[in-house]
Design a protein around this ligand. Structure first.
Ligand code: FE2
Ligand code: FE2
Length: 185
């Protein structure tokens, strides 16, 4: 499956603009991690782009992402890619580096988006790692983002949360600020 086919699936199944942008954010972060590990940015980006495609039709953790998998197979997504999409479910096992990277970036993109949108400029270009760190400590801010879960995911990747992980994901999103609608008002 190529990116265009994946994007067509996203636009077919996801109507929410913010969910589409979340999936794009995860795509860009996954591409950055693929580059870091010397892996295929297209393949890592693809699973990032698709990972929440079924959320609107399967909006519970009993259904998502498991019940989306047959649809992805039907549309021609390779089994390896289906398995990585499945691996981001809360009870799923994360086996490959790609699975672990997806887990580590997924919710962080949401926190970074939230931090960008409370800037007066609403511009991700104005966000620094230290502003994310401040909001990270404020557990009432973007309260749905499970900080402990991200910390654990980052440990599995064996990278440093503040020196490496957050800067990498922030930069990946900043590089695509226009597509993410985070380039200011
Ligand atoms: Fe999900
Ligand atoms: Fe997600």
């Amino acid at each position: 499956m190529d990116r265009e086919q994946a994007w067509n699936i996203v636009t077919e199944f996801v109507q929410s603009d913010s969910l589409r942008k979340h999936m794009l954010s995860v795509e860009f972060a996954m591409r950055a991690y693929a580059d870091y590990y010397g892996e295929s940015a297209d393949s890592w980006g693809l699973v990032g782009l698709l990972h929440d495609f079924d959320w609107e039709i399967h909006p519970t953790l009993e259904q998502h992402p498991m019940e989306g998998a047959p649809i992805l197979r039907e549309r021609g997504l390779g089994e390896n890619d289906v398995q990585t999409v499945l691996s981001h479910g809360p009870l799923a096992e994360r086996v490959t580096l790609r699975d672990k990277s997806l887990h580590a970036v997924d919710e962080l993109t949401g926190l970074i988006t939230a931090v960008s949108l409370v800037r007066p400029s609403k511009n991700i270009g104005d966000v620094e790692v230290k502003s994310i760190r401040k909001k990270w400590k404020d557990k009432t801010f973007a309260a749905g983002v499970d900080r402990d879960d991200i910390e654990q995911a980052v440990q599995e990747l064996d990278v440093d949360l503040w020196e490496f992980h957050v800067p990498l994901v922030l930069k990946a999103m900043q590089d695509h600020a226009v597509e993410l609608g985070l380039n200011g008002i």
